[in-house]
Ligand binder design. Structure first.
Ligand code: U5P
Length: 220
């Protein structure tokens, strides 16, 4: 099986909760069972740069992309079986992917988040599943901070898109909350499920994947 693991930038980036060593071990463990590609987000450092960049959304995205690539490079340096080059385009992803080494990717192009990158990479490498290790343990029917929010066990990508639109959901640099619409659209067109799990305890991820103990499963 081929897996794409998307790791929230918050777990890799300085000034958040960097769990780089823990993730490096987890990647090595997953690699024993799966062909593995990894996509890393930008975390708070990207948000800070986005705040300081000029108002152009394209420019803000570009600087966010650079930060996610830096996070990806840091993780690759700690991961013995990972390629030490971070691909900058879809064709470089294809060029570097051999199904043997772990391929770690950051951002690719403006207009999307690294969640979309995870789905693009999943299409390119023919992944069976995207596992999204994020700062919440699951998708909820309203913002989890609100009283009475219920965990959603399974949801169709299209339904989730509608649900997110009913929240204050913005396709803006640094603010692609949880998922962006591009990610959900690609999941749907290529029938790739996305499993949402809590990423703050990387050592638990191999058994979560083994047991399919997802927080939420987003079905295409
Ligand atoms: N970003 C892009 N394109 C990508 C990946 C990331 O423009 O392919 C930018 C967005 O502004 C995003 C930021 O909010 O980098 C950091 O990525 P993320 O942590 O939000 O996924």
């Amino acid at each position: 099986k081929t897996l794409v693991l998307k790791i929230s930038g918050k777990f890799v980036s300085p000034y958040d909760t960097p769990l780089v060593e823990g993730y490096a071990k987890t990647l090595e463990a997953l690699r024993r069972k799966y062909k593995l590609a990894v996509v890393v987000g930008g975390g708070s450092v990207a948000r800070k740069y986005i705040e300081l960049a000029p108002p152009s959304k394209g420019l803000k995205d570009l600087i966010g992309i650079e930060v996610s690539r830096l996070n990806a490079l840091l993780l690759s340096m700690h991961t013995p079986s990972a390629k030490k080059v971070i691909p900058k385009s879809a064709s470089e992803v294809l060029e570097l992917w051999d199904g043997e080494d772990i391929l770690i990717v950051g951002g690719l192009q403006p207009g999307q988040s690294t969640n979309a990158v995870a789905l693009v990479v999943a299409e390119l490498v023919g992944a069976d599943l995207v596992v999204n290790a994020t700062t919440v343990d699951a998708v909820y029917d309203k913002p989890p901070s609100q009283p009475g929010a219920k965990r959603i066990e399974k949801i169709k990508a299209r339904e989730l898109q509608r649900l997110l639109e009913s929240f204050d959901w913005k396709n803006e640099p640094g603010r692609y909350e949880l998922m962006d619409s591009i990610a959900l659209q690609i999941a749907e067109r290529s029938k790739i499920p996305i499993a949402v799990i809590y990423g703050g305890e990387p050592e638990r991820i191999p058994s979560i994947v083994e047991e399919e103990a997802w927080g939420t499963l987003i079905l295409p």
